[in-house]
Design a protein around this ligand. Structure first.
Ligand SMILES: [Zn+2]
Ligand SMILES: [Zn+2]
Length: 190
């Protein structure tokens, strides 16, 4: 308590405890003129309603709210480029493979439609894998759009490669495969 070991007779409050007391009025670290009692739950700095963000873990300052974002949703331009190239490459490969394995038909028996369903899922897996590998596992809206565009382009290329573009509006199997593939990839890249 007392710095000097001698017993004291008066009831003075030690100076050190006054100095350590926090000021009663606190100010926002970003807006020094704004009084506040709110603190960031992560770094403990004072924040005001102007710069607080609500997260599942409580309120956060702008900086900490950004830090909380999972890295797979942080994208640089190189990721868009890689994702786009992977989507284009996958579209080309899938369109070619699709023309060979699932020749367009204007009618569909059970076996043909089952094949289309499985190829649609396979297309969704392949496109997602290609984009994930090229970008190091990035996700989000942009990657979802890349994957969907890749599958739609693949479906059109499939008709082009077989010189069947006239069947575009009657190609049941292709439409089904493209739909299933898009739904799968969209969910996976989310
Ligand atoms: Zn913080
Ligand atoms: Zn503030």
């Amino acid at each position: 308590m007392c710095r000097n070991q001698r017993p004291h007779t008066n009831h003075l409050v030690p100076i050190s405890s006054i100095e350590l007391k926090e000021p009663l009025i606190n100010y926002c670290k970003v807006h020094p003129s704004t009084e506040t009692d709110l603190r960031c739950g992560r770094c403990d700095r004072y924040i005001c309603p102007q710069d607080l963000t609500h997260t599942p873990g409580g309120i956060r300052c702008t900086e900490c709210a950004q830090l909380r974002r999972p890295p797979m949703y942080e994208l640089a331009w190189s990721h868009y480029l890689r994702g786009g190239l992977a989507a284009a490459g996958a579209a080309l490969a899938l369109g070619f493979t699709g023309a060979l394995l699932l020749a367009p038909r204007t009618f569909g028996n059970f076996f043909y439609l089952a094949s289309a369903l499985m190829m649609g899922i396979a297309a969704g897996i392949l496109v997602s894998e290609a984009i994930e590998r090229a970008t190091g596992g990035k996700r989000g809206t942009a990657m979802q759009l890349f994957a969907s565009a890749s599958i739609v382009v693949a479906a059109i290329l499939r008709l082009l490669f077989g010189d069947n573009l006239a069947l575009l509006d009657r190609d049941v199997g292709g439409a089904m495969a493209a739909l299933v593939g898009t739904v799968y990839a969209w969910g996976r890249m989310r």
